[in-house]
Design a protein around this ligand. Sequence first.
Ligand code: TPP
Length: 571
Amino acid sequence: MYSAIPSAHLVTSALKHFGVTQVVISPGSRNAPLIMNIAADEAFEAFSIVDERSAAFFALGRAQATKQAVALVCTSGSALLNYYPAIAEAYYSEIPLLVLSADRPPEKIDIGDGQTIRQPNVFASLLGDSFVLSLDRELMKDATDTNPSAQVYAENAKILSEALLSLQAKRIPVHINIPFEEPLYHQIEDSLDPVDWRSYSEAISPRHELATDADSGVMQALSNSKVMLLIGVWDPSDEEREQLRTLVQHTQALVLTETLSNTNGLNCIDSIDTLIAPLEGSAEGEALLEELKPDVILTIGGMVVSKKIKALLRSAKNLRHIHLGSSSALNTYGCLNGHYPLANFTQNTIEFPNNVQTYARFWLNYYNDLAPKREDFISLAPFSDFKAYSLVLEAIPTVYELHISNSSAIRYTQFFKTSAKKQWCNRGTSGIEGSASTAVGFSSVKMHEKTVLLTGDLSFFYDTNAYWNAYVSSSFRVIVINNSGGGIFRILPNAKRTKGFETFLETRHSKKAQEIAKHFEFDYQSAADTDSLAQALEGFFKEGKRPKVLEVFTPSDKNETVLFDYFKRLK
Ligand SMILES: Cc1ncc(C[n+]2csc(CCOP(=O)(O)OP(=O)(O)O)c2C)c(N)n1
């Protein structure tokens, strides 16, 4: 059975035509017409999640995993606002989410009706586009009438096609607000397929129009230069990996990557702070840091985690910045000069024979020479966050994909190699509120079931509703590094001097994950030293009947010392 409200059919028909078939639904009455149609139609893969904040991060995780847009359906009122953190994350990480909010008729807003807020364009600046459908009121006079008002239909169809084409082209969140009049639960036997969508297919330009040819100014900039290539958050295709290799060969660039660059096997500096931190604070080191500053910075991908490289590049004089690839070109270093497709720079005709080859060679040698001291320190390090992260990352099987929370987790993972298949983290806005829901959504896609979430304790407790749904697979794993609060604040310079540090910054607590694991029917293990952690990790990734949580208790009063000793040891 389907809803008797024609515009509900129009929406589901548009979703199918434009290929948005994954839908995450949160319960409510106002959205019942959409729920009925989605549930009745096998073309849709529908997921039920009560908490809208979690639902939206779950959708974000699925969109990451499938590289397809995912729709969200919620009722009217504050329900919609709970999508906002994930929308912001999706906006800055360039992930397509389609928000479908049900609403009351416009004349019922701000007159004292229940569960109403001003919904149209409520997400304002953090969207690709925002649309409002018209109410197909005429049709409500008789709920079984299936002969729609041609004009409202045509207008709404046009709006829907614009919205879905915008989603396809821009690949960032789009919101459609959909007013429904009561009765909401009347049903009809058949689905209406009211529109020939082929007549609504005006192409929309992509968000970034990239220059197809690098102009001579750029080519000049790249010649005779010290070129650094910095890769942020990236999930490259095989073709892009190949293009990257050619680019590095041609430009002689010094390559800096992060855990989230997902570029294993490159000859590069893959732990930026391991290189920079030990050079800080001594005259000799500072002179070397001057040498490290490039003439040209090429960037690929999204956000960069290392604050140190950002500070270094911002302090470089006469730097030129060129961004490559389809992601947004962000003017992070205040000197953005151009944005080109990655393929442009990998054609065989473009070579930079005069580039400063010694630059990359010197720094790679310098970095590689640190390896013995690094390995030595890591293997002998006392039990701490540092040691725990090193052991965990080493133990992740190659079939597992790794989701990492903000903030110590993503920072510590930069120091160690991991055999995980790929690494992910919500770095668009670096929030701590949705890492678990994102990981669960990601892992709900069959071929990504083997997902492990590596999280701090505050992030874990913040988002426990992530597990309040039917989509957590038995292969899903959570590792909580419990340092009794926001450990990141202990390693931030000077934060500890703040009055009320433990209460208001670190937010110290003695909560444990065990009861939560029990509540959501996860297996639970814990560790509190090197031996018990190594032992726990041995069986942790083995198949089991239920998902598993491993909670690792680390000494918050020692963690910072171990991290700073690491940098000292490399001086
Ligand atoms: C929604 C949101 N609120 C607050 C912050 C600020 N913040 C960044 S890291 C952090 C503490 C994280 O603590 P935890 O998850 O325990 O990880 P740890 O740093 O201890 O490893 C906070 C509160 C944020 N990033 N996002």
